[in-house]
Ligand binder design. Structure first.
Ligand code: SF4
Ligand code: SF4
Ligand code: SF4
Length: 252
């Protein structure tokens, strides 16, 4: 990533009043009415969101590495990762990439179960964060998250996960994964700003979210995502394999 790219990201962020976000939906496409209703229900000026255009993702893992470096994430732990999804029967086999991270949910189950209030959704911008000073490492949030987005950091003994690079965006700099993505597959911004790129993509593209049936209302949206779950009955009879470099055996 060149300095020009960094500056460009910075300009974009400042222009948009931060970066952008949106509302949730189903494994099927999120309808416009649902998007508008979700936006109207939010009483904050900024709500950050990310759109991941899987058509532009080449599975290079640069985002995973950038995140590792940004936060010195311990070996075996991940705040951001990329899954490979293979499906079909030879010779009709396809392979897709699915970048993953915390969805910064609008109805976060991790927040609901936290006994100390250490994990909460920020009123200012909708980012779900962990206050390490009052986290007791009970792991309730890890069990509650339907996306396996959290872990206990062995260095601190407290819960850890992606926070959209809060320390960077507060300075007007894009998240590390966004900044490093050469394919421009990750788009970040304020979804409440109708002029932001994320807002426009959420409005115009057939975006989907992961596991909408959980009711968490994710704020990470996917374009053309093949996030086929091996247990998804829609894919019954087809070969499906989801692979990742993570320690987790099962995908959630
Ligand atoms: S850096 Fe971009 S292109 Fe590479 S795996 Fe991540 S999202 Fe995909
Ligand atoms: S993805 Fe998991 S950790 Fe992130 S906000 Fe949603 S429930 Fe919480
Ligand atoms: S591990 Fe920390 S953040 Fe998670 S539920 Fe327990 S106290 Fe809350």
């Amino acid at each position: 990533m060149t300095q020009a790219d960094v500056d460009l990201s910075r300009r974009e962020l400042l222009k948009k009043g931060g970066l952008g976000v949106a509302a949730a939906t189903a494994a099927a496409t999120v309808p416009s009415a649902a998007k508008a209703a979700a936006r109207a229900a939010v009483d904050r000026p900024v709500h950050y969101a990310m759109v991941i255009d899987t058509r532009r993702c080449i599975g290079c893992h640069a985002c995973s590495v950038a995140c590792k470096a940004e936060f010195e994430v311990p070996i075996g732990m991940t705040r951001s990762w990329v899954e490979y999804v293979e499906k079909g029967e030879y010779p009709h086999v396809t392979r897709h990439f699915l970048p993953r991270l915390c969805n910064q949910c609008s109805e976060p189950q991790c927040v609901t179960v936290c006994p100390t209030g250490a994990t909460y959704k920020r009123k200012e911008d909708g980012i779900v964060v962990v206050d390490a000073d009052i986290c007791i490492g009970c792991k309730y949030c890890i069990q509650a998250c339907p996306y396996d987005a959290r872990f206990i950091n062995p260095r601190t003994g407290t819960a850890d996960k992606c926070d959209f690079c809060l320390h960077r965006i507060q300075k007007g700099i894009a998240p590390a994964c966004v900044n490093t993505c050469q394919g421009k597959a990750r788009i970040f911004g304020n979804m409440l700003d109708p002029e932001s790129e994320v807002a426009k993509l959420i409005e115009t593209e057939a975006v989907t979210v992961l596991r909408p049936e959980m009711g968490t209302k994710p704020n990470v949206y996917y374009i053309a995502a093949d996030h086929a779950d091996p247990q998804d009955t829609r894919y019954e009879g087809q070969y499906i394999r989801v692979d990742t470099h993570r320690k987790a055996k099962e995908r959630r």
